[in-house]
Each structure stands twice: as structure tokens, then as C-alpha cells.
Design a protein around this ligand. Structure first.
Ligand code: 2IP
Ligand code: CA
Length: 379
């Protein structure tokens, strides 16, 4: 089963390389950005962007998974629709063809006949980029039930930051915005229970190397199945400021909520749903709280899989806040409260919200932090 994880890791690196190569070539980058159609618009942004990189990465994963495990190909779900409209108004379904040349021909249609750009992209998509996981961890990867797995992918989370391309500003170990907040997210879940079984987070712009003047990526992963938990995330110890641990949240949360939590935590804003959960996994923040329902299953599935492997989780905010008076929430209740990935929401206000995390969430690495969260909610 290590094969599936190895494939997903290598794939995430290929995805990271697609994201980097598009940014490296400004001409290519400006070509690839098109405004999102009305019906797909993320409610919070007036101008949201869908990039060809997004669609390309998503379809490349579907292609590779299908090649490896044909039955699993039908269970790869993602944020993007594969339809792309070129400047001539032609609608084209982006897909990865059997040969590099065929993919290049298809992409050149998307790119209004720019075959140079299409060739560069087709080369990266078909090239053999790999990422080898730590051998001592690989041998411990448990057998996963392939026949009941599902995959959620967010090809590029924090598209806004990706498009802007700034190097970002940080507060301690956490970037508030910028390219480091961009992540490629691949989450594995059990189709029967809906619970996460693993995740891969690729951070294509983790570090800027001044010498080579180029960005370097970082790959994090974890697997949790039948009591076997493994991950490659370094366990950084928290160093609370003024005795308050860091809590990360979106700047779109209400000031009232910020004030509620800032009494017991040092609240830090950061962009990118995937990035915020990554900093929790890395131990730079003790928890992440999101209450607006503005994230989707594809945003949380991958980090949820990693947090699960660390002994943490992602519980539904609206549900856990009912337990505000309880000091300790037991293990079984916590399991009940986890976000599930297999079923759409009941009667969503719009079809586009069927996979939104409508009840918000609290992500944590150590369940011990939940009592302080509940205290803040109760106050
Ligand atoms: C977005 C992106 C935003 C995030 C939003 C996600 O995904 O990660 O940054 O908002 O919830 O859905 P915030 O940063 O305020 O948490 P995408 O970029 O893939 O549309
Ligand atoms: Ca996203």
C-alpha cells in the first residue's frame, strides 16, 4: 500500500513543480489566469481566479490514480471543473492525454494556439518527477482498503496569493499571506465512514533560496488506519507568548470572535485554509478556528488526514460549541464530531455549497487544547 502513498507524494511534487514553473514564466502566468464564472464564484470574493494550473493539476492526479488503480479514478473529487474557456470563448475540457504531444495539442487550444506555452506545460505534466518518502516510515505504512477509499484534492489552495505572487510577511513562524500560504492538498478518506485516513500537503513555495533566487518546496504527509499512525511532520514545541498559545484564524472572522479567543490565546491571522491547518500540524499554532462555513471538504481533507495521524483532528465548530460547559470531551464524542468527507450537506442553500464545511471547524493537534477553546466559547 506504500505504492499509493508514494504515488500521491510524487504526484504532489509534480503539482508543486507545475505551480512553480507557471510562476517562473511571467508570460505564461498571465496567460493562464481567467476569471471564475458567476455560478462558481466563491461567495466571499468578488474576483476569484481559476487558473489552468488548478485544472491541470487536478486532472493530472485523476489520470495518474486511474492508471495505477483504475477503480479509484472515479473517486477523485476536486474543487475545479475541468472545463476551461479560452479567450475566443471556446469551451475545452482539460484532460491529460496518453502522450505528451497529444496533451500539448489540447493545451494549445486552451491557450489560443500558443504552442510554446502548451509544450512547457505538457512537458512538466508528463515528466517523471518523484518524491521519495522517508524509507524508515515507508515500511510502516499500513495496508489501506483501496476498494473503499476516496480522494479529495485542492490543486492550488490560496489561489489569490498564488496569483499575487508576493513573498509574504510573517509573524513568528506563521505567514499572514504570500506564496508560502499556497498549498497543494490531497486527502484520503474512507468512503464508508467518511473519516480521514491520510493526507499529503505540498507547500510549493516554502522557502526562498537567495543564492539560486528560486523557491523550494516542502512535502508533509500522514496516514492513520486501524490504530497505525505515521507521519513525517516535525513535532515543534509550542512556545506560548505571555502564557497564551497561538490560535490561527481567517481575517474574515468577526471581531467579536477574535476578541473571545484572544483572551486565552494569541490570535494570529493567516491566509489559506490548507496553510492554516498546516501550521497547526507543524505546532506553530495550537489550533485553528473557522466559523463562517467558507471552507470546503477539499480544503480540510488533507490536513485532517495528517492531524489524525498526529493524534489530533478537525471537529465541527457548531457541534463542539454545544459542549462548551464540559471540561473534557471524551474520545468517542470527539470521533462523532469529526468532519466527514463522503456525503454532501443536507439541503444546501445552493448546489455550490453542497460540500462546504457549513458548521465551521476547530482543528487541533493535541485534544488537550479543546478545553481552553470551549472555555472561550462559554465566556
Ligand atoms: C480558499 C483560500 C482562501 C480561504 C478560503 C478557501 O481556497 O484558501 O484563502 O480563505 O476559505 O476556500 P481564508 O484565507 O480567509 O481562510 P481557494 O484559494 O482554493 O479558492
Ligand atoms: Ca481551497
Amino acid at each position: 500500500m506504500a505504492e499509493l502513498i508514494k504515488t500521491l507524494l510524487s504526484f504532489s511534487e509534480r503539482a508543486g513543480e507545475i505551480a512553480r514553473s507557471i510562476r517562473r514564466e511571467p508570460k505564461l502566468f498571465s496567460l493562464l489566469v481567467e476569471e471564475k464564472g458567476e455560478s462558481e464564484k466563491n461567495q466571499r470574493f468578488t474576483h476569484d481566479f481559476k487558473t489552468l494550473a488548478d485544472v491541470l493539476i487536478q486532472e493530472a492526479l485523476r489520470h495518474h490514480v486511474k492508471q495505477m488503480i483504475p477503480s479509484l479514478g472515479d473517486y477523485v473529487q476536486g474543487e475545479e471543473s475541468a472545463e476551461f474557456t479560452n479567450t475566443l470563448g471556446e469551451k475545452i475540457i482539460v484532460q491529460i492525454c496518453d502522450t505528451q504531444q497529444e496533451t500539448a495539442v489540447l493545451l494549445s487550444k486552451v491557450l489560443d494556439g500558443n504552442s510554446e506555452a502548451a509544450d512547457i506545460l505538457a512537458t512538466v505534466v508528463h515528466s517523471d518527477i518523484s518524491w521519495t518518502p522517508e524509507p524508515e516510515l515507508v515500511e510502516k505504512i499500513p495496508d489501506l482498503p483501496i476498494e473503499s477509499l476516496g480522494i479529495w484534492i485542492d490543486p492550488i489552495d490560496s489561489t489569490g496569493e498564488y496569483v499575487k505572487g508576493e513573498s509574504g510577511t510573517n509573524r513568528g513562524d506563521i505567514y499572514n499571506h504570500g506564496l508560502p500560504c499556497v498549498t497543494v492538498l490531497i486527502g484520503l478518506y474512507d468512503r464508508m465512514s467518511g473519516l480521514p485516513v491520510g493526507g499529503v500537503i505540498n507547500q510549493p513555495f516554502a522557502l526562498f533560496d537567495k543564492e539560486s533566487q528560486s523557491w523550494q518546496g516542502q512535502v508533509y504527509w500522514g496516514v492513520s488506519h486501524q490504530g497505525i499512525n505515521i507521519h513525517n511532520v516535525p513535532l515543534n514545541t509550542l512556545s506560548p507568548e505571555d502564557g497564551r498559545a497561538v490560535l490561527v484564524m481567517s481575517s474574515s472572522e468577526d471581531l467579536e470572535l477574535y476578541q473571545k479567543f484572544n483572551k486565552n490565546f494569541n490570535v494570529v491571522h493567516a491566509t489559506g485554509a490548507g496553510y492554516k491547518l498546516l501550521v497547526v500540524a507543524l505546532g506553530y499554532a495550537a489550533a485553528c478556528v473557522s466559523t463562517k462555513g467558507s471552507t470546503f471538504r477539499w480544503d480540510t481533507a488533507a490536513p485532517h488526514g495528517i492531524l489524525e495521524a498526529q493524534g489530533g483532528g478537525v471537529v465541527i465548530y457548531n457541534k463542539i460549541s454545544h459542549h462548551a460547559k464540559e471540561v473534557d470531551v471524551d474520545k468517542n464524542t470527539l470521533r462523532e464530531l469529526q468532519i466527514r468527507y463522503h456525503k454532501p450537506n443536507d439541503s444546501p442553500a445552493q448546489l455550490s455549497l453542497q460540500w462546504s464545511n457549513e458548521g465551521g471547524f476547530v482543528a487541533y493537534r493535541d485534544p488537550g487544547v479543546l478545553s481552553t477553546i470551549l472555555q472561550c466559547v462559554a465566556d
